[in-house]
Write a protein that binds this ligand. Structure first.
Ligand code: OOG
Ligand code: MG
Length: 263
């Protein structure tokens, strides 16, 4: 950790102001080129403190940059982890107001809900599946607070990994033994046209690997994933830009459809 507490608090404030005002800022590593990962997660924790002090709550976790498609699109090579807050949840079938966002993109993801706590280190796909209550389809709306959606890993971690909105729904599948998440196909449609498609294995070989990585990451900070946790495992394909008027529909093999509209 290199950064002093005052700078961490000030960067958290700037990033949250960019989010709440829907105004892009320059990436923070321009001013702080030596920012390391611990600094970046400390800034993310500063944003959490700000929101929690206003009564907002963390209702889930997210892994990002877990598929090659996403890593290539953003020019990075390591997954990142962020927080989902209550106000980010959009009811299935509802619309998202793009006026409150900067330059939103959508991602198709598999989400996990745990029936037992998961604590690293040493979590792996098997321990995740054993602790899973069910999986369900999710669509994330990401919105980087950085100009032109350009960042490096430290900047995007500090920006709570571009978390903005999400919708979860469709079919919950509890009997994971009968569902192979590696070969689960997803088809992402924008305004009725197919714009991306892939299978679950695009996410780290198996989406449960993203949950294991998250649990191991939290253990370095003395934290665990409690029973009941909701976790999004990262975009299976590249993210798709959306503007007002767009309608997104994602077909998840075995898990049903999820739709979201932008106004
Ligand atoms: C970072 C967040 C990535 C995912 O699912 O890969 C993410 C970004 O690309 O802005 O949420
Ligand atoms: Mg995502």
């Amino acid at each position: 950790m290199r950064l002093d507490t005052a700078s961490i608090a000030s960067l958290a404030e700037q990033l949250e102001a960019a989010e709440l005002g829907a105004q892009a800022i320059t990436k923070i590593t321009d001013a702080y080129p030596d920012l390391d990962w611990d600094d970046a997660y400390a800034i993310q924790a500063g944003i959490r403190q700000r929101k929690e002090s206003r009564g907002q709550r963390v209702i889930g976790y997210k892994a990002g940059l877990t598929s090659r498609a996403k890593m290539q699109q953003m020019g990075v090579s390591t997954p990142v982890f962020g927080l989902l807050f209550d106000y980010m949840k959009v009811p299935a079938g509802d619309s998202v107001d793009t006026g409150a966002l900067i330059h939103p993109k959508v991602e198709a993801e598999v989400a996990f809900v745990l029936k037992r706590a998961l604590r690293g280190p040493g979590c792996h796909i098997g321990s995740v599946l054993a602790a899973t209550d069910f999986v369900m389809p999710a669509v994330e709306v990401i919105d980087s607070r950085y100009q032109n959606f350009r960042f490096d890993l430290q900047s995007v971690i500090a920006d709570n990994t571009s978390a903005s909105r999400f919708v979860a729904g469709g079919r919950r599948i509890s009997e994971l033994a009968g569902l192979d998440l590696r070969t689960l196909g997803i088809v992402l449609e924008k305004n009725g046209e197919i714009v991306a498609l892939a299978a679950g294995a695009a996410v780290l070989g198996h989406p449960a690997a993203a949950v294991a990585m998250l649990a191991n990451h939290l253990s370095l900070r003395g934290e665990e994933l409690p029973a009941g946790s909701f976790i999004m495992t990262g975009g299976i394909t590249e993210a798709i830009p959306v503007t007002a008027g767009d309608a997104i529909n994602v077909r998840f093999q075995e898990l049903g459809n999820l739709s979201i509209r932008f106004i």
